[in-house]
Ligand binder design. Structure first.
Ligand code: HPA
Ligand code: ZN
Length: 335
């Protein structure tokens, strides 16, 4: 399988934090126009700081980077820049995460955040044919009350939002902390996803499934430590949004050669490949496909299954999923 096959394969990206696609060049430009200080002099300084030994190390620098975003146009520019990169990797559909609290806690109006993101996504669909959904995420290190406040902010935008997610510091903040929040989100008609089993134990994955009742699981690596959980995920065909280069950079895996993606596929799990925070982890979704396919010597059939899993795990209507699966088959057939 050559690189052009991996890059050209039609893809859905289901685990992408817009704030994590904030490239240093754009960060400097927006900081300058907003007259905000950042603790770096050069782009090289920024890149040199992107060396992490765990999730929290990364989150500290990621929240600092996001703090230069102030105006609706900033969120537009961030989102549109991601779409330009996504197009180069043949992304046909994306379900983006963003962290409302990271911005509203600094006094940025929620309408400016979501307004800029939605305007860029609409322009991206017109310009590049990339369809999208948005999934605001609740910061799990903050309180249940703070999370309910996010749901209240979503109320005027319910037609425009696909679901809610749960991200930030996993250890010490189990999914059950947000049981009531997720029940309310479900009653509001929202899809549910949660980061679980990135650093946290299998118990957190069980809670995401049984307490939060998620429709899809973000990461899920540690689920492989529990045979009962593997059986459950296989039975329910729960999509796992796996992020190989993120796992490497955050030391969730020691080495890509030991990445669990191949095992997940062998076990019949609906594993997808995604970039998570591409500006921080050294690669967009195409880079993740290339790196993990090489490291694990995946066959063409396996990588095609991964691409199909992206569409199958999306929140698109069945007819759209079927259409995307046909474009994957046509690409593989050389058409
Ligand atoms: N895990 C938890 N929170 C996050 C991540 C992640 O990988 N990326 C951005 N916020
Ligand atoms: Zn993530």
């Amino acid at each position: 399988m050559d690189e052009s096959f991996l890059r050209g394969l039609p893809k859905a990206e289901l685990h992408l934090h817009l704030e994590g696609s904030f490239e240093p060049e754009l960060m400097f430009e927006i900081a300058r126009r907003n007259r905000v200080d950042i603790p770096f002099k050069t782009i090289e300084d920024v890149r040199a700081a992107y060396c992490f030994s765990n999730l929290q190390d990364f989150l500290d620098i990621y929240y600092r980077g996001a703090s230069v975003l102030l105006a609706e146009q900033d969120f537009y520019d961030l989102t549109f820049a991601y779409l330009i990169r996504a197009r180069a990797d043949a992304v046909r559909h994306v379900e983006v995460f963003f962290d409302p609290q990271t911005h509203t806690m600094r006094g940025v109006p929620f309408a400016a955040v979501i307004g800029g993101i939605l305007r860029a996504l609409a322009d991206g669909e017109t310009a590049f044919g990339i369809t999208s959904k948005v999934i605001p995420c609740i910061l799990r290190h903050l309180s249940e009350d703070d999370a309910f406040a996010v749901l209240r902010q979503l109320e005027p935008f319910l037609d425009l939002v696909a679901g809610v997610g749960l991200d930030s510091s996993e250890l010490g903040h189990p999914p059950e902390k947000f049981a009531r929040v997720f029940a309310k989100a479900k009653a509001m008609g929202l899809k549910l996803v949660a980061h679980a089993g990135e650093e946290g134990p299998p118990e957190y994955v069980w809670q995401a499934l049984d307490v939060l009742k998620v429709d899809r699981l973000d990461h899920g690596n540690r689920a492989l430590d529990d045979a009962g959980l593997i059986a459950r995920l296989a039975q329910d065909k729960t999509a796992l949004t796996v992020c190989p280069l993120s796992n490497l950079k955050l030391c969730v895996v020691e080495d890509l050669l030991r990445h669990p993606l191949k095992r997940m596929l062998d076990l019949g799990l609906r594993a997808t490949v995604n970039s998570d925070d591409p500006a921080y982890f050294g690669g967009y979704v195409g880079d993740n496909y290339v790196a993990v396919a090489r490291a694990l010597a995946l066959s063409q059939a396996e990588i095609v299954q991964v691409a199909k899993n992206g569409f199958l795990g999306s929140f698109l209507p069945d007819a759209d999923i079927a259409r995307h699966l046909r474009t994957v088959d046509a690409f593989v057939a050389g058409g």
